[in-house]
Design a protein around this ligand. Structure first.
Ligand code: FEO
Ligand code: CA
Ligand code: CA
Ligand code: CA
Length: 587
């Protein structure tokens, strides 16, 4: 009706042309503008020092916005739409472009710990629809780093597999890292996925459990163990078991202790997205981002309380502590019908909270989830990243970013759900729970997008046959208020020689599958955390790792300060790139 049309027009746009990978700017549609609302190093407390990367310290970084923002949400906290909280992950650090030569290596490591983790920062503006400004005096502002105390909960909390000399009870852990994507829960907390934790440890590398998680004897190029022996997994073999979890953070309470939920399993968690099922139980969908790894589902034991009292919030914060984990198998119905589609089932790893995997205790299922899942033969997917339910149609969308190893000698070849060998461009799966029940054992599925450019073989755009924007390496997905899918990408410079970007894709109606590019990010960056506030006329992205292929003094990106070459940066500015959160609004 008219109201729907008004909403659509608030974000109407003509797709932008594909952006060459060399463009060092944020590209937006005609009639739109962009603003960097938070940049790496911005002070987020009243007493925090101004950003000065020539004289950086760990103490300063711990009071400033962290590096490589990834998951993003903008949680509006008042009725007028003039106050909000920005919550973001800081996935990793690019030391090659962060530090002047000669910086003390031990301080580089400590700064990196402080630049990892998460940020919560309050935003303000005069009127709905305006550009947000961050408030460095916000009461709930918070940095979460690798030194922030956290607890374990769920069935594996206290397990001998989590115990270390520093934490003999296996109940507490210092910090979180490699926080990739995430999701905001219906009760207002934020879930954050610990992804490639293996790259920070030196391990023996011969234990099959370590190998299955990519832990090796020579993979820790940051050499963190030179500053803290916990990163030496040869002498602290259980420390890696304390990472690879979903972390729940309550942004409303800056003194709350973040929780790592062992009931949700341990793998290279891209993120987790929760939907309240019809029966009140909550269901979390999760991807394990590795070539040939799996899509998972967690179903809570207890039911959601819709109230917003302190008691309701306290109850809802226990929902991810007890429940059951399962893993997806996708079966194709044959390609004779011309489309990749079929039926699927959720194979249980636990039932009533107990292991049903032969040879695995419950604790082992949760701590070594990948090895437990291997036993029950789920479908090996092409790097499942975001897995997110669409609240408008109740379907679930899986971004399979790519898999350059599919079909190589000794590796599994193309299957109907992963239909291309040497899959460099990725695809997006649409899953339809049986009877709309997210706890059902079965689902139907199809590939709504098989990505690529005009020259790419095997592309498919939901049945749409008109022009589309080229798209490759889908990574994060989200939805606008009408249920349109929005996809951000990570890898287009390598596959299409184009900048990564953000794309709108209708999933229903005559334009189903019509990919339309909304935005492109600066040089070397990936597009993360898309947030679509279409009724507000705003789109937000996290610009991650701009200029990552450069070096200090030979930066390939100057986003977002764009300090002119040969001039001295003004106070608080930086000549090189700064990962930043960008808001796009109408001019
Ligand atoms: Fe950190 Fe799977 O992207
Ligand atoms: Ca088929
Ligand atoms: Ca990602
Ligand atoms: Ca990625």
């Amino acid at each position: 009706g008219a109201r729907a049309a008004a909403r659509t027009s608030a974000l109407a746009f003509s797709p932008i042309p594909p952006v060459p990978a060399s463009v060092d700017d944020v590209s937006v549609p005609a009639g739109y503008r962009w603003d960097a609302i938070l940049r790496w190093g911005d002070p987020i407390f009243a007493k925090a020092p101004e950003f000065d990367q020539d004289n950086q310290s760990a103490a300063a970084q711990a009071q400033q916005f962290g590096y490589n923002c990834d998951y993003l949400d903008i949680i509006v906290t008042d009725r007028k739409g003039t106050r909000a909280q920005l919550v973001t992950n800081h996935e990793y650090t690019n030391e090659n472009i962060m530090f002047p030569p000669g910086t003390d290596p031990a301080e580089v490591v400590r700064i990196a710990w402080a630049a990892h983790g998460m940020s919560v920062v309050e935003l303000r503006r005069r009127h709905a629809g305006d550009v947000w400004k961050y408030d460095r005096t916000g009461r709930t502002n918070r940095r979460i780093t690798l030194e922030t105390p956290m607890t374990f909960d769920g069935p594996a909390a206290g397990s001998t597999l989590l115990q270390t000399a520093e934490d003999p009870r296996g109940m507490r852990v210092r910090g979180t890292m490699n926080n990739c994507a995430g999701g905001t829960t219906p009760w207002g907390t934020v879930l954050s996925g610990e992804e490639n934790f293996n790259q920070y440890f030196k391990a023996g590398g011969t234990d099959p459990r370590e190998k299955r998680y990519g832990l090796s004897a020579n993979g820790d190029s940051r050499n963190w163990r030179s500053v803290d022996s916990r990163w030496d997994a040869v002498s602290n073999p259980n420390e890696p078991n304390r990472f690879g979890w979903i972390v729940e953070v309550d942004p409303s309470d800056p003194r709350s202790t973040p929780v790592k939920h062992t009931a949700m399993g341990r793998f290279k968690h891209e993120g987790a997205h929760v939907i309240v099922n019809g029966d009140g139980r909550v269901v979390a969908y999760m991807g394990d981002d590795e070539r040939f790894d799996y899509v998972y589902r967690f179903v809570s034991r207890d039911t959601y309380r819709a109230g917003s009292s302190k008691k309701d919030l306290a109850h809802n914060k226990t929902l991810l502590s007890a429940g059951d984990l399962s893993v997806a198998r996708f079966t194709g119905d044959g390609l004779e019908d011309g489309v990749s589609d079929g039926a699927g089932e959720w194979i249980p790893l636990t039932v009533d909270g107990e292991s049903v995997v032969p040879g695995f205790t419950t604790e082992e299922v949760l701590v070594f989830t990948r090895l437990a899942a291997d036993v029950v033969q789920p479908t090996k997917m092409d790097r499942p990243e975001d897995v997110e339910p669409n609240f408008v149609n109740g379907f679930v969308y899986v971004a399979c970013t790519n898999n350059s190893d599919r079909g190589k000698v000794g590796k599994e070849g193309a299957t109907e759900p992963n239909p291309r060998n040497l899959n460099k461009d990725g695809h997006v799966v649409e899953m339809m729970p049986t009877r709309g029940d997210h706890t059902a054992d079965t689902f139907a599925w199809n590939l709504i997008l098989i990505c690529g450019g005009p020259e790419t073989a095997g592309t498919y755009f939901g049945g749409w046959t008109g022009p589309v924007s080229p798209i490759s390496c889908p990574d994060n997905v989200t939805f606008d208020s009408e249920g349109n899918l929005w996809v951000s990408t990570d890898g287009q410079p390598g596959t299409l020689k184009l900048s990564d970007g953000l794309f709108k894709v209708p999933v229903a109606g005559p334009e189903r599958g019509r990919v339309q590019q909304f935005l492109g990010v600066p040089r070397d960056a990936e597009t993360c955390g898309p947030v679509i506030h279409d009724r507000d006329g705003s789109v937000f992205v996290a610009v991650q790792h701009p200029g990552e292929d450069g070096t200090w003094g030979a930066h390939t990106s100057h986003f977002p300060d764009f300090v002119p070459a040969g001039t001295t940066p003004r106070r608080g500015q930086f000549a090189g790139p700064r990962p930043s959160v960008v808001q796009v609004t109408r001019r």
